[in-house]
Design a protein around this ligand. Structure first.
Ligand code: GAP
Length: 441
């Protein structure tokens, strides 16, 4: 382990402990795809649920949506993706490997074999497929490259069905697909990814204020999932570097083990999309302010968060190794709110039925606080703690003979061990329940 890089350690732990597996692994994998395992899927759901709570449910001005991944290709023509969602591609004449030209320092020489690189050409990153039995151009559809497309295409449906007053937003979590030239860095650059996106519709005069509000919200979310302030940085994206639809973009960057790279984006998309869809579809995307009688096309602020990059940032910032007692241990200092397992309950000895019975009863009681209370009676207690440390379980609870009343003063108390310090406290069962409840709130 000692000579592994931090990234290798994270990838290894993620696989070993059932967080993230390489996609299609038994057939040698498929570049740019990963599968979430039993613990990874819960971590992902916890992060998504917290985002839904903060970005949608705790607010009075937000609606939800779950749009289809396949959409009429005219949506992507209008949005500019058919013409412009591309990266510059260069190919080596010798080894035939392909690279993104804007990721190379020298665009003439192959970084792998030293061969000559050809001219850069624009490569459209949208995945194409065909709807129905015909495979001709008229049947071409795209897998959406951003979830935003489904939100814009339903803006009018939401207005006509729910009648929200401006400013209001639509939130969506879902898959997006990008045929990245060079997928890499584990789940950082994927071909199949998940996004958590908000399109927030405003009067054009309100854009700066709304931009600031969502900027703050993104920092609050970073804090809530346990990303340290010191690892999250804002980058004001310069004119010329922004996406074609944006008048202002702030990239939220994170200090990944492989360097400071984009985590999330916040963009002022103006009325680019709604106006483009009005033109493309012939359907008005205007909004009538009932009070002022002003009719206008709303502008949009878009906080866009990649789920996979969020998970990578969470794992990278939570990964720890330290000396506890006479052992070196690995643990994940996950925020209890998003940890897949909240607490593990364990009888001190598994061959003592009275301890097992009491421990089962304690677990059942704690499950009323949160269902993710694990059971482990395998191996010695130290090994059980190490296993839970590695998956980021904040608390371990042990039932011993004192719990049963061997020492009458300690009857119905348990030991609660804290993951990060290894410290233990003697608490009543209801005090332990309160500790767990407080930590995950
Ligand atoms: N709707 C706006 C949009 O899609 P983007 O900056 O292209 O903007 C938003 O993507 C977020 O999606 C990024 O900040 C990142 O978190 C995530 N993302 C983009 N491409 C990705 C990829 N290939 N693999 C993993 N996550 C990606």
């Amino acid at each position: 382990m000692a000579d592994m890089t931090l990234m290798e350690k994270i990838v290894s732990l993620a696989k070993r402990r059932g967080f993230i597996f390489p996609g299609s692994e038994i057939y040698g994998g498929l570049a740019g795809t990963f599968d979430y395992g039993p613990l990874g899927v819960v971590l992902k759901e916890n992060i998504e649920r917290l985002w839904l709570q903060m970005f949608r449910d705790d607010r009075d001005d937000m609606q939800g949506i779950d749009a289809a991944i396949l959409m009429n290709p005219k949506i992507w023509e209008a949005s500019g993706h058919v013409a412009g969602f591309s990266d510059p591609l260069v190919e080596c004449g010798k080894c035939k490997r392909r690279f993104r030209a804007d990721h190379l320092e020298d665009t003439t020489k192959c970084p792998e074999c030293g061969g000559a690189l050809g001219e850069a050409r624009q490569f459209n990153m949208m995945f194409k497929t065909h709807a129905g039995a015909a495979e001709d151009d008229s049947a071409t559809v795209y897998l959406r490259p951003e979830t935003a497309g489904g939100i814009f295409a339903n803006y009018k449906n939401v207005v006509d069905s729910i009648h929200p007053k401006l400013p209001f937003g639509i939130a969506q979590i879902g898959k997006a697909f990008r045929n990245e030239i060079a997928p890499r860095d584990f789940i950082f650059r994927l071909r199949e990814l998940s996004q958590m996106e908000v399109e927030y519709f405003i009067h054009p005069s309100e854009w700066e204020q709304a931009f600031e509000e969502w900027r703050k919200m993104m920092h609050l979310f970073a804090k809530a999932i346990g990303l340290p302030d010191t690892m999250v940085h804002e980058l004001e994206v310069a004119d010329g570097d922004r996406a074609h639809y944006s008048k202002r973009t702030i990239d939220f960057e994170f200090d990944y083990p492989f360097g400071r790279k984009e985590l999330w984006g916040l963009a002022y998309r103006t009325d680019f999309d709604l106006s483009a869809h009005e033109k493309g579809s012939g359907v008005s995307q205007g909004y009538l302010d009932e009070e002022t009688k002003e009719k206008f096309t709303p502008h949009v602020i878009e906080p866009s968060l990649g789920v996979d990059r969020t998970i990578l940032a969470v794992l990278a910032s939570a990964y720890r190794e330290d000396e506890l007692g006479d052992e070196t241990r690995t643990y994940l200092a996950l925020a209890p709110k998003i940890a897949p397992v909240k607490a593990m309950v364990s009888p001190l000895l598994k061959n003592k039925p009275e301890l097992v019975e009491k421990a089962r009863a304690v677990r059942a009681q704690l499950k009323k606080v949160h269902p993710a209370i694990a059971w482990d009676d395998n191996g010695n207690i130290g090994k059980r703690y190490r296993r839970q440390d590695e998956i980021g379980t904040p608390f371990c609870i042990t039932i011993d003979f004192d719990t049963l009343g061997e020492n009458p003063e300690l009857k119905d108390t348990i030991t609660l061990r804290h993951r990060d310090t290894g410290e233990q406290e003697r608490l009543t069962i209801s005090e332990a329940a309160t500790r767990i409840r407080d930590a995950i709130q």
